[in-house]
Design a protein around this ligand. Structure first.
Ligand SMILES: [Zn+2]
Length: 106
């Protein structure tokens, strides 16, 4: 049984928005499942992070897509992030050295 069939069997309301975006609500209008905007799969609300201004108070992407995106971001920016960290370290170190020089001259 697919999730869609399961939700329909549980008497949740199926709703659709343009571009194939499907979601389900319970009797109170609470979103119980919706389509991930990235992988396009229908997933239950616990598969989304909370987001107060998101649709159904949920983020647009499922947790799997969010973590995949974060990992991709890190991989793509690994060199840059390393450089930023190194530049910070060098600056801090230079500051410490100049304090030391100042102490020695005193
Ligand atoms: Zn997804």
């Amino acid at each position: 049984m697919s999730l869609r069939e399961e939700l329909l069997a549980q008497k949740y309301n199926e709703r659709t928005k343009p571009r194939g975006f499907v979601y389900f609500t319970d009797a109170d209008g609470q979103v119980v499942a919706k389509t991930c905007r990235k992988c396009r799969k229908l997933k239950q609300s616990e598969n989304y992070h909370q987001k107060s201004d998101g649709f159904g108070q949920l983020g647009p992407y499922c947790k799997i897509c969010v973590s995949a995106r974060d990992r991709e971001y890190y991989d793509k920016n690994r060199e840059r992030l390393k450089r930023v960290k190194y530049a910070y370290y060098r600056r801090k170190r230079a500051e410490q050295l100049s304090f030391k020089l100042f102490d020695d001259n005193d």
